[in-house]
Design a protein around this ligand. Structure first.
Ligand code: MN
Length: 210
C-alpha cells in the first residue's frame, strides 16, 4: 500500500490535509468513515481502513441501506488514516477543493479475507457506524478480471435487520456526526479552513475509529 498518488495530487504548503503519518495499531478495530464532500460535484467518500491506509471510494449518490439500491462507487487513491478525522474546507484550486463533512464514522469488520475480496472485486463487511450498520457489499463491475471496470464498483446493503427502505438516509440524516453541522455551517467557519496556516493544528487526528 502506498500514499504516493495521494501525496502527488496535493500541495501540502497550501492545504492542511494530512501527509499521512499515523500508523495502524495492531489490536485496534478498523476505522470506517464516510465524508460528504461538496467539491465540483457533491459526493460521499466511503473509506475503510485496511493495511494502514483508508481504501477509498467516491459514491456520487451516497450509500443507501435499501438492499434494492446499488450505488456506483468509484475507487480512488488510498488516503492516510488521519484523513478520516477531517472536517473543513480544502482551499479552492487545490485537489478536491470544497467542503468536507464527517457524515458517518465508526468501525468495520471484514467478512472473510479482505485482501482477497479487494483483489477479486467482492468485498463483504459489517459496518458499525452511527448511521450505517449491518452487512454491506462492495462488488467490482465486471468481476475479478475486468480491466475496464477496475475502478467501478457498486456499494449496496445486504438484507438484515439494518436494511431499510423509504426516504434516503442521506436526506434524513444530513448532518455531521462529528460536530452536528451542515455543509453551509462548515463552509462558513473560516477558522477551520485547512489552507490557513495561522495557529491551526496541522492534523486534527484520532477521530477515525473511536
Ligand atoms: Mn472526495
Amino acid at each position: 500500500m502506498s500514499l504516493k498518488e495521494y501525496r502527488r495530487k496535493r500541495h501540502f504548503e497550501k492545504t492542511l490535509e494530512p501527509r499521512g503519518t499515523r500508523v495502524a495499531q495492531p489490536h485496534r478495530t478498523l476505522a470506517f468513515v464516510v465524508q460528504k464532500h461538496d467539491a465540483s460535484h457533491l459526493h460521499y467518500d466511503f473509506r475503510l481502513e485496511l493495511n494502514g491506509v483508508l481504501k477509498s471510494w467516491a459514491v456520487p449518490k451516497g450509500p443507501d441501506p435499501d438492499p434494492a439500491i446499488k450505488r456506483l462507487a468509484m475507487q480512488v487513491e488510498d488516503h492516510p488514516l488521519d484523513y478520516g478525522g477531517f472536517e473543513g474546507i480544502i482551499p479552492p484550486g487545490e485537489y478536491g477543493g470544497g467542503t468536507v463533512m464527517v457524515w458517518d464514522k465508526g468501525w468495520w469488520e471484514p467478512v472473510g479475507d479482505p485482501d482477497k475480496g479487494l483483489r477479486e472485486g467482492h468485498l463483504k463487511f459489517i459496518l458499525h457506524g452511527e448511521k450505517l450498520r449491518g452487512g454491506w457489499m462492495l462488488v467490482r463491475k465486471g468481476g475479478p478480471k475486468s480491466e475496464e471496470g477496475e475502478r467501478h464498483w457498486f456499494l449496496f446493503k445486504e438484507r438484515d435487520e439494518f436494511a431499510r427502505t423509504g426516504k434516503p438516509i442521506t436526506e434524513e440524516m444530513p448532518l455531521s456526526v462529528a460536530t452536528g453541522r451542515d455543509l453551509d455551517e462548515i463552509a462558513a467557519q473560516a477558522d477551520r479552513v485547512w489552507g490557513l496556516k495561522v495557529k491551526i493544528p496541522r492534523a486534527p487526528r484520532g477521530q477515525a475509529g473511536q
